[in-house]
Design a protein around this ligand. Structure first.
Ligand SMILES: C[S@@+](CC[C@H](N)C(=O)[O-])C[C@H]1O[C@@H](n2cnc3c(N)ncnc32)[C@H](O)[C@@H]1O
Length: 390
């Protein structure tokens, strides 16, 4: 993350504008201050933290702009206009970073939009080195392939290979498949591949396949769409078959030691060790209802003074998620900004809520409308309502 440390800084008199970057507001917090900044229509925060007897300026992680160059440019302006005695300068601005943005790599919501109007869609979960995914995309040009991978270096490596090979029917998303699948519309997908998932034989609850996950998989598959599990772990296959047999409206096929046109890195390793390889194909036979999560991340109008008066730092744990009200900030205009985090214990998210006189809303980055986030959002609303009491 680009940053700099300065020993001396003048008072920031805002708003201030230079070279298309607007510094709009200073929000004072207990430990960190935020500078609300706008560049190229993107809104983000620069944070200022007092560190020993110097000031550390850097981007705020949650609102970081898509093009890192915008943040670097903002930091350069703050450094040159307001600060002196620079102790550390790690901004690394170069003009390319204002335009660089690989179009194959998308956020979850961008990828969901990319599915609109596509007739044939395939998803690979945990594509690793991408051998199978790239091969399929190159050979099935009438389909849009979406690769979901939790490990970021794999995303970057496979994006480079896809660009080199001019593959255009491919989208890569750095996400937990369990979150992504929740967001996909019903009855849209032709094929979902999960090849050689991490077996987690000692902690089965960490496996990507679960009863809940499979009902979401069935919801997004077309009638006749298939979910294809390929694994060398007999324990994983037995476990999955039990889950599949609990489902209604599906048919199941099992193969042993079937050769595919393309062999993945893991597969090569197991084949050398003469291990058996199992395929379990689940075909969906029923049409699913639409999910109605639109507009469910809204707030009621709140009284600013009561929230300001009653706000407390507060962590609440529920059976499968938590809620952490972290900090409150005030704009010059009197509007409030609450920083909070919530979500599943292993995939939490950080958010801001802006409270104005006539509107309360998630600020800059909205939570993804996953089932877990919708549940947490209801609890956020309950807590805010409790702070409405005199
Ligand atoms: C054992 S590797 C197999 C990779 C590839 N399918 C192959 O056959 O070579 C499992 C992959 O799944 C990814 N993965 C694990 N859990 C995931 C999740 N919840 N969502 C997306 N990817 C996940 C891992 O990062 C890893 O790349």
């Amino acid at each position: 993350m680009p940053n700099f440390i300065a020993k001396k800084c003048k008072n920031l008199t805002l708003p201030f504008e230079k070279d298309g970057v607007k510094f709009l507001n200073l929000l004072k917090g207990r430990k960190v201050d935020f500078i609300l900044t706008r560049a190229n229509e993107e809104l983000f925060f620069v944070t200022v933290k007092k560190k020993d007897d110097a000031y550390l300026f850097k981007g705020e992680k949650l609102t970081r702009p898509a093009k890192v160059g915008l943040l670097q440019k903002a930091l350069e302006i703050l450094r040159d206009e307001f600060c002196s005695e620079i102790l550390n300068n790690s901004i690394n601005f170069n003009k390319n970073s204002l335009t660089k943005n690989s179009s194959i790599i998308m956020s979850e919501l961008e990828a969901i939009k990319a599915l609109n109007g596509r007739e044939k869609i395939a998803i690979e979960i945990g594509f690793g080195s991408g051998r199978h995914l790239l091969y399929r995309a190159k050979n099935e040009l009438d389909k849009l392939f979406v690769g979901i991978e939790i490990y970021k270096p794999s995303i970057e490596q496979v994006a480079k290979l896809a660009i080199k090979q001019n593959i255009e029917n491919l989208v890569l998303v750095n996400s937990d498949a369990r979150t992504f699948i929740d967001l996909v519309g019903s009855n849209l997908v032709d094929t979902i591949y999960v090849h050689f998932p991490v077996p987690w034989d000692d902690s089965p609850h960490r496996r990507v396949i679960s009863g809940e996950f499979m009902s979401e998989i069935q919801r997004i598959l077309k009638v006749g769409g298939t979910f294809e599990l390929r694994s060398d772990s007999r324990a994983y296959v037995d476990y999955s078959l039990i889950k599949f047999l609990d489902m209604d409206g599906v048919s199941i096929k099992v193969h042993k030691n079937r050769d595919l046109e393309i062999s993945s890195k893991y597969e090569d390793r197991w084949k050398k060790q003469l291990k058996d390889i199992y395929d379990v194909w689940l075909k969906n036979l029923v049409k699913s209802g639409e999910k109605s999560w639109k507009d469910r991340l809204k707030f009621d109008i709140l009284d600013i003074n009561l929230v300001k008066q009653n706000f407390r730092h507060k962590v609440t744990k529920f059976s499968d998620f938590f809620l952490n009200f972290e900090e409150i900030y005030e704009f010059d205009s009197g509007e409030l900004l609450i920083k909070l985090s919530f979500g599943a214990f292993d995939t939490p998210g950080n958010y801001f809520i802006k409270i104005s006189k006539d509107k309360t809303e998630y600020f800059i980055a909205k939570p993804l409308p996953t089932d877990m986030n919708l549940k947490a959002h209801e609890k956020v609303k309950e807590q805010l309502a409790k702070w409405q009491i005199l």
